[in-house]
Ligand binder design. Structure first.
Ligand code: KIV
Ligand code: ZN
Length: 539
């Protein structure tokens, strides 16, 4: 990188663990965040936005642990988000301290609508707060990013002033968010061009972009921004995030990889240059996508670009014929370039613990001894029922195991009776947080309904079931079934996920998993939302 404010490639800033985790029901625990952060480092992202440390003690701990474990000298920069307040910035500064390279990302809204209704502050006040808080952040780290929230709907002249002041105060990156996903590609490109032309000290900072997908334009907007000088892209795996999500990392990276010749000239390179435009190891993309989908419970739609189940499947006869003769007839990229290998049969009944551990490591999972033992037992049980064990089965087992904490309620037994001439009845035995073994039974419209009703009789926490889905992990009648559910309590959504060859058992575990998360939240402190709860006070 010749000039730090003008890198001759794209910096990938991954915000899966911050903006992505703001998706309803995608809440991750500290262990899950660490697993994802380690995989993001393998993927080669430049910056991990690990969370919003002021939100809660759990968020602080996650950012601090990621900074310590993943933020090594050769690893990515670890970033913590902070509203433009001293308290937020202090907390973020503390959390990122263990990282070899730590960044504070502070933000304040600059659109009239946000300033008037959310912040209740005048332009003059915001123009004073932004540089003051950037300067304060500089007392914790030299690497400070500033975002004018809702830049896409801000008055450009005012935006230029705020950015100039933030850079003068020491911001090394200025990030331009299209917070509500409102802009079109040419407008977003024009906004970046305007910033380059009208902010006098812009050459002292990297221009970054952040955008939401409310109109399905986030990736297109970013690519236009790249053509106009943006050099950092804020994105998430599978595009998860607030509302319709963020720009999808895999789509941006593969667009610039597959269409390198088109983008090279914007970086002053000859079109035919083979040098990558990002630092991403594209062969890690598929694995990362699966990991994030499994741990967050956010499914990837089958027709999703790059990582959807159908993205490389050639169903139609004409296509298959063409592909067999020459792949390039219908494929613009190779499935292997994103690490999609055939779903090979990798392990069997006689595979030992070492082979299991090695395969897990190859898949991106590093489990402690206890978790490994539990997962290995599950693997052996499955191998007794199912002859061929694939990577997907292994991932499914491990995700199930890593997601079990915190386990306040433990399901000891679930038993159902159902059929066309009987009333579906379920019995459950549950160990409660105070150590009691409680048994109850219920009748439902079907076996899963009966199980949920029986669980509700023991775990008495009101909630509404808003999503229930079952997917088969692999083909075959003996396949593992994965159940994902979402429940709502007050205004919050909690997801639960479980896998078993018996889908009724998986449903019971998935429900209890979501209830455990809900229970943990009720016990703990409510996490603060960085944008909706924003009430920045510069003191
Ligand atoms: O969408 C947004 O504006 C954000 C900011 C906090 C950067 O997420
Ligand atoms: Zn956002």
């Amino acid at each position: 990188m010749s000039n730090p404010s003008s890198p001759n490639r794209i910096l990938i800033f991954d915000t899966t663990l911050r903006d992505g985790e703001q998706s309803p029901g995608a809440t991750l625990n500290v262990e899950e965040k660490l697993i994802i952060a380690r995989q993001l480092a393998r993927l080669g992202v430049d910056i991990i936005e690990a969370g919003f440390p002021f939100a809660s003690p759990g968020d602080f701990e996650a950012v601090q642990k990621i900074a310590r474990e993943v933020g090594t000298v050769d690893g990515p920069t670890i970033c913590g988000l902070a509203r433009a307040t001293r308290a937020d910035i202090e907390r973020a500064g503390e959390a990122i301290k263990p990282a070899a390279k730590g960044r504070i990302h502070t933000f304040i809204a600059t659109s009239d609508i946000h300033m008037q209704y959310k912040l209740r502050k005048s332009r003059e006040e915001v123009l004073a707060i932004a540089p003051e808080m950037v300067a304060y952040a500089k007392t914790f780290t030299n690497d400070v990013e500033f975002s004018p929230e809702d830049a896409g709907r801000s008055d450009p002249e005012f935006l230029y002033q705020v950015l100039e002041a933030a850079i003068a105060a020491g911001a090394t990156t200025v990030n331009i968010p299209d917070t509500v996903g409102y802009l079109t590609p040419s407008e977003f490109g024009g906004l970046i061009r305007g910033i380059k032309e009208n902010v006098p000290n812009i050459d002292q900072a990297v221009i970054s972009v952040h955008g939401h997908n409310d109109l399905g334009l986030a990736v297109a907007n970013f690519l236009e921004a790249v053509k106009n000088g943006a050099r950092q892209l804020e994105c998430t795996i599978n595009g998860i995030g607030e509302r319709a999500g963020n720009a999808a990392l895999e789509e941006l990276v593969m667009a610039m990889h597959v269409r390198r010749a088109f983008y090279n000239p914007y970086f002053g390179r000859p079109a035919e240059s083979e040098a990558p435009l990002t630092n991403i190891d594209t062969r890690q993309i598929y694995k990362t996508s699966r990991l994030v989908s499994n741990l967050t419970g956010m499914f990837v739609q089958p027709n999703k670009a790059i990582v959807g189940a159908n993205a490389f499947a050639h169903e139609s006869g004409i296509h298959q014929d063409g592909v067999l003769k020459n792949k390039l007839t219908y494929e613009i990229m190779d499935a292997q370039s994103i690490g999609l290998t055939d779903n090979q049969i990798v392990l069997g009944k006689h595979s030992g613990r070492n082979a299991f551990r090695t395969r897990l490591q190859e898949l991106g999972y590093e489990l402690d001894d206890q978790a490994l033992n539990r997962a290995f037992l599950r693997f052996k049980e499955l191998a007794d029922k199912k002859k061929e064990i694939t990577d997907w089965d292994i991932e499914s087992i491990v995700n199930d195991e890593t997601q079990q904490s915190p386990e306040h309620f433990h399901l000891d037994l679930v038993q159902v009776s159902c059929g066309d001439n009987s009333r579906p009845t379920a019995t459950v035995t549950i160990r409660t947080p105070d150590g009691q073994e409680l048994m109850d039974a219920a009748i439902g419209t079907g076996p899963v309904d009966a199980v949920y009703k029986a669980i509700n009789r023991v775990v008495d926490i009101p909630n509404q079931l808003i999503e229930f889905s079952v997917q088969s992990v692999t083909a075959g009648i003996d396949a593992l079934g994965e159940v994902t559910i979402r429940i709502r309590h007050d205004d919050r959504v909690f997801s639960g996920h479980a896998a078993n060859t018996d889908i009724v058992v998986a449903s019971a575990h998935a429900y209890l998993h979501a209830l455990n998360r809900l229970y943990a939240t009720l016990q703990g402190q409510k996490a603060i939302h960085p944008q909706r709860d924003a009430e920045p006070v510069a003191s």
